[in-house]
Ligand binder design. Structure first.
Ligand code: ARG
Length: 537
């Protein structure tokens, strides 16, 4: 099956244009084809937009071309013969438009039905990716921000995994802050027999946290002992270490319940994991002259930032920043990740901007690395859309969420752009196939898809775009693109189904295969979004 992976349609179109561009401008061998979907289906399915750029580069130097349009004509004329392309033409200032061959689209869909949707996995320029997501903090509640991160991070991971990227799903839990001194000291003081009574001593961990914090704020001598406890914990003293392990275990159990309900798997590598790496990482940055003294702390100044990036506090302790620097170093050098994706709330954007700037100054990251930042609105939309599926797993009694992000009324609306509507649309397609009484597996082997009707052609074109949509969602780190594709698919399908009789028509075999292809693609979308499809209606 892997040999059948040809990349997305856009990638394949791009390959053809690359050949043509190589003939038209042989001295510009590294030129990348600029390929886009045509805005207006009247002109074509895809277009190549290189002619205008090329013209501004060679204007005055070339006698061969007199304007951008003549370059466009040469690009169209030099396209290698391919069964993909039905026709090509040049429009306006030099846009090269192509129409895909309907037979080729039909064959591509049939190949997918026979060999599985894996043949439509996009080819990404990434071998291994770290996805840092969920990442709640020990002894604190997992709030709705962590929930979103969990849902979005899981979907990004699923899309990358589908694209055959090796994904390291990392739970960067906050298990190493100064709060542990306070918690441990409180445990020792209030529950001297904590080792024997086990979890019962702590009971509700959040309540335990609040009580310890009260004591910390009110009692100066407790505060002092708590601060010493951190040092002893970080120095590795056995008693402190084992109390820390106990506290982490209680939180871990709570988090795992949430992951189980959501059907999300991830591997914990908490802040404490990176602690041993901090000294040598800071030494490297120090040797590069990045770290300076400022008001007793050790810091990295970042251009354009009002505050410096503190990497060693004035009391000599390490912090969130030094941990993230070490985690980044580890992911780049030990795990050899090509992509590192952080899924956190926007509240942390300054921290990450400083982290990435520091890493660029150190030469760890390429200077122009793209940071995929989301607007609040995008975040909101994606979390909501993806959350629809996850909500089934969520505890419906948990009203706290209702007020915060979710509207159950909206979510459960079976007419709007919701998981409920989409799940219904999918189930309906399955029932059409079922009720036709035809053996669809046999039909896949013997039937032929023919895209005759205009609405069949639109559906076919939309289906084969699946790979490039996943590709785009992965490169923009935005699963929302996939949600939109899925919603459009169900609308385009509805139009097809309204205008093209399926069961009982002469085109029945071909149309049933189109239904099956639509259902197959929808199911893959659900799967990538962490939604479990239903079949019967
Ligand atoms: N524990 C952090 C929080 O709850 C999120 C961690 C995000 N990941 C990271 N590498 N800093 O805010």
């Amino acid at each position: 099956i892997d040999a059948d992976r040809v990349g997305s349609v856009k990638q394949q179109v791009s390959e053809l244009f690359k050949v043509s561009l190589g003939t038209v401008v042989p001295d510009q061998s590294d030129i990348e084809p600029l390929i886009a979907m045509c805005n207006n289906a009247k002109f074509g399915d895809y277009q190549c937009n290189n002619a205008m750029n090329l013209w501004s580069m060679i204007k005055g130097k070339s006698t061969q071309f007199k304007n951008p349009r003549s370059i466009g004509e040469a690009i169209a004329g030099n396209l290698p013969p391919s069964e993909m392309i039905e026709s090509s033409g040049v429009a306006g200032a030099g846009f090269v438009n192509i129409f895909l061959s309907k037979d080729w689209i039909a064959k591509s869909i049939q190949k997918m039905l026979l060999n599985g949707i894996g043949v439509w996995a996009p080819i990404l320029p990434v071998k291994r990716a770290v996805v840092d997501f969920s990442s709640p903090n020990i002894a604190k509640e997992m709030h709705v921000g962590h929930l979103r991160s969990t849902i979005i991070g899981d979907t990004l991971s699923r899309m990358l995994e589908f694209s055959k990227v090796e994904v390291l799903r990392r739970n960067h839990v906050g298990d190493w802050g100064t709060q542990f001194g306070m918690l441990i000291e409180y445990l020792f003081k209030e529950f001297p027999d904590w080792e024997d009574v086990g979890d019962q001593a702590i009971g509700d961990l959040q309540e335990f946290y609040r009580a310890a914090k009260r004591k910390f704020d009110e009692d100066p001598s407790f505060k002092e002992r708590a601060q010493q406890a951190v040092v002893r914990l970080q120095g590795g003293e056995a008693q402190y270490r084992s109390a820390w392990t106990k506290i982490c275990d209680i939180s871990r159990k709570e988090f795992d319940q949430v992951y189980q309900r959501l059907g999300v798997h991830l591997e914990e590598k908490g802040e404490s994991f990176y602690n041993p790496y901090i000294p040598r990482v800071l030494e490297e940055l120090n040797n590069k002259g990045l770290i300076v003294e400022s008001e007793g702390a050790r810091v990295i100044f970042i251009e354009g930032q009002p505050i410096p990036f503190i990497v060693v506090k004035s009391d000599g302790g390490f912090n969130y920043a030094s941990t993230d620097l070490s985690a980044l170093w580890f992911r780049l050098n030990e795990e050899k990740a090509d992509w590192i994706i952080y899924v956190t709330d926007v509240g942390q954007s300054q921290h990450f901007q400083m982290l990435f700037s520091a890493a660029k100054r150190a030469g760890w990251l390429p200077p122009n690395g793209k940071i995929g930042e989301w607007t609040d609105e995008e975040l909101e939309k994606t979390a909501e859309a993806v959350g629809y599926g996850a909500v089934k797993y969520a505890d419906l009694k948990n009203n706290r969420l209702t007020n915060y992000t979710f509207s159950f009324d909206q979510m459960l609306n079976d007419k709007g752009n919701t998981a409920v509507y989409l799940l219904y649309a999918h189930a309906r397609i399955c029932s059409i196939i079922r009720k036709s009484g035809k053996d669809i597996e046999q039909l896949k082997q013997t039937g032929t898809i023919v895209l005759g009707h205009a609405d069949e052609q639109v559906l076919g074109l939309h289906l084969i775009r699946f790979a490039e949509i996943v590709e785009e969602a992965c490169t923009n780190l935005n699963p929302n693109i996939l949600c939109e594709y899925l919603y459009n698919l169900s609308e385009i399908y509805t139009r097809f189904y309204t205008n093209c009789q399926v069961v009982g028509s002469p085109e029945e075999p071909s149309r049933l295969l189109l239904c099956e292809a639509t259902a197959t693609v929808m199911r893959k979308c659900f799967h990538l979004l962490g939604i479990v499809p239903v079949y019967k209606i």
